[in-house]
Structure formats: structure tokens, C-alpha cells
Design a protein around this ligand. Structure first.
Ligand code: URA
Length: 224
């Protein structure tokens, strides 16, 4: 099997190595930018972030799904249309056009959308730091447990979702300022679970309030 140029320029300008097809008829490519960093991902497209740069509002998901991998656009599948038309538009009252949307990990995990491993997260997350430096968001919605944990470390979603936290972001010694961040339940959980859908709608409603300056959605340490 020869080497081929990945369609998006791949991970950087480098050549993607074709690997045996395990994606139902599609040619998949090994992520080689991160090969030496221990990234075992195979994918069709690297799914880069989408949206204006700089942008005051940023959403960070976990990893692209099957549709995102095919189209090379973050959140363009089923949970993506729920995100765009229900949770953002109707609940948060924010148009997706005004949001920079990205993922913690830029390639689809190869077997049935499992969670990215710690090695994959470590190999890929410098791209996210790079995006944060360029986008310079003031409000960040952390969609799902993995991206919440990446930024806020010791995260208990049941306790922390829907609350805003101030986060002083200092990556690589560069100060980009204080961001207001909020862990949000992932729209994928609502696809087959209407009870969960209500929690997600509430989370995004609160995220919209955070963006509009409502301090009541900020976490306040409760004294017993
Ligand atoms: N789930 C994610 O976390 N990201 C996507 O881009 C799509 C689904």
C-alpha cells in the first residue's frame, strides 16, 4: 500500500499512511503526525475546529463521530444537529455561526466511537491548546466528561454540569486571560433518553445565561 496525501492536508502537511479498511468501505488513514507520540488512531479526515477566529464563545466536544469523520466538520451528525438547532439555538439562544466548535481529539476513534484513550488525548491536545490561543474565547462550553476533565481535571459531572467556573488560562506560559467555562452534558446522551434530554436543555439554557453575563449560574461554594 502506498502513501497518500490526506485530503485535509492531514495532520499537518505530512503524508498519511493507508491502513486496512475497517470503516465499512472507506479508506482510512493512520494519524502519523502523532504516531511517534503513541497515537493509534485511524481516520478518514482530521476534523478541525469550525467557526470564527477570534471568537468569544467556544464549545469543546470529545472526538468526531462517523459522520464528522466522513465530512471533516465537527458536530455535523445526529448529535450535532441537536446541538445546533435545539440546544444552542432554542435553549442557549446562540446561533452556531457565532460559536467556534471543536473537539478535544481531532480523529475518530477507530472502534465504535469508544472514548479516546489517555495516549490519544495527550497526543492530540496540543492542537486544542493552539486553537484556544488563536480563538481567545471568553466563554467555553465543555461538552461531555472528557473535555471537562481535560480542562478542569477532577470533574464530577453530576455535581458540576450547568455551573460556570472562572479559569485563568496560562498554556505554554502565554496568558490568554480569564475564561468562564461550564461543563455541559453531551447531546449524544439525549438521543435515546428523553429524561437526559431535559438535563442537557437546562445545561445549555444556563450556558446561554452565562454568555449573557448572569452571575447566578456561577458556582458558589456552599457553606454548611
Ligand atoms: N461528538 C463529539 O464529541 N464531537 C463531534 O464532533 C461529534 C460528536
Amino acid at each position: 500500500m502506498g502513501s497518500v496525501q490526506a485530503p485535509d492536508g492531514g495532520c499537518g502537511e505530512r503524508l498519511g499512511r493507508e491502513v486496512p479498511d475497517n470503516q465499512g468501505g472507506h479508506t482510512v488513514r493512520k494519524c502519523i503526525e502523532h504516531d511517534d507520540l503513541g497515537c493509534p488512531m485511524t481516520r478518514i479526515n482530521r476534523v478541525n475546529g469550525q467557526g470564527p477566529t477570534p471568537c468569544p464563545i467556544m464549545l469543546i466536544g470529545e472526538a468526531p463521530g462517523k459522520t464528522e469523520d466522513k465530512q471533516g466538520i465537527p458536530f455535523c451528525g445526529k448529535s450535532g444537529s441537536e446541538l445546533t438547532y435545539l440546544y444552542l439555538d432554542k435553549c442557549a439562544n446562540i446561533s452556531r455561526q457565532n460559536v467556534y466548535v471543536t473537539n478535544l481529539v481531532k480523529c475518530r476513534t477507530n472502534d465504535r466511537d469508544r472514548d479516546p484513550s489517555q495516549a490519544e488525548e495527550n497526543a492530540c491536545s496540543h492542537l486544542l491548546v493552539d486553537e484556544l490561543l488563536k480563538v481567545k474565547p471568553r466563554f467555553v462550553g465543555l461538552i461531555g466528561r472528557l473535555s471537562s476533565r481535560w480542562l478542569l481535571h477532577d470533574v464530577k459531572m453530576e455535581k458540576m454540569h450547568g455551573f460556570g467556573y472562572e479559569y485563568d488560562f496560562y498554556p505554554w506560559g502565554v496568558h490568554i486571560g480569564i475564561m468562564k467555562v461550564m461543563p455541559l452534558y453531551h447531546p449524544a446522551y439525549g438521543l435515546h433518553n428523553t429524561a437526559m434530554m431535559r438535563h442537557i436543555m437546562e445545561d445549555f439554557t444556563r450556558f446561554g445565561r452565562l454568555v449573557r453575563g448572569d452571575t447566578n449560574v456561577m458556582w458558589k461554594e456552599r457553606k454548611e
